[in-house]
Design a protein around this ligand. Sequence first.
Ligand SMILES: [Zn+2]
Length: 251
Amino acid sequence: MLKTKLLHFFIAGILFLTYGCQSSTEQTKDPIQIQDTLSQAKTSHKIDTVSTRSEPRISLLTNQELNNLPDSSFVELLTVDSTFVLDMKYATPDNFLKSKVYDCDKCLLRVKVAKALAKAQKAFADQGYRIKLFDCYRPLDVQKRMWALMPDKRYVGNPYQNGSVHNKGAAVDLTLVDAEGKEVDMGTSFDHFGREAHHAYTNLPQETLQNRKLLKQGMESAGFLPITSEWWHYFYQNNRFPVANFKPACP
Ligand SMILES: [Zn+2]
């Protein structure tokens, strides 16, 4: 166990050194996005080991372990809070690419972002809901595949300009499930590229609008911001992290 912890801190240190000190200009698809000066991250194979775990696959980090990790390192969300529901669409062919582009269904985020999302999860739990994730960190190469199919900045960040906040490990696609694990009605499916998915679209049942409002308020309270065109997409407002392009390690 001690060896595991030491390895963990060692990897966190590598990640910090690899990703924490780079900078470039970034402007994302998000209209409310803060422009910053972060550089493209170099692809690193070191990071592939970040979430390699033996059985049991998921073990929670202690508070001390979590707090010792740099904000900019990547962490597997379920090691921060195991109550999240994962439905990682890009780890299946059930997505607009019609292709499985992730090797496994891990949700990786920057530590700071994962902590904020855990805060949102606790607030939703108090109201009888849990967060279900459709996407988290997304490698830049996957962004390029998406852009090839959907070169529309309203829905896919241009990977040849600034990419998406997903590429930084600071955005999430999500919905809410009730106590039975059933998704609440948000009016459209995930990745519905149409105006019905826009926040401004109000020709929906009152309950649906209320569900969207519940998600929006909960996410905003935890430091996330929405974009206009996707009810499911939220990005962490302090996302001065570089774009990344590593593939998460899979079992
Ligand atoms: Zn998204």
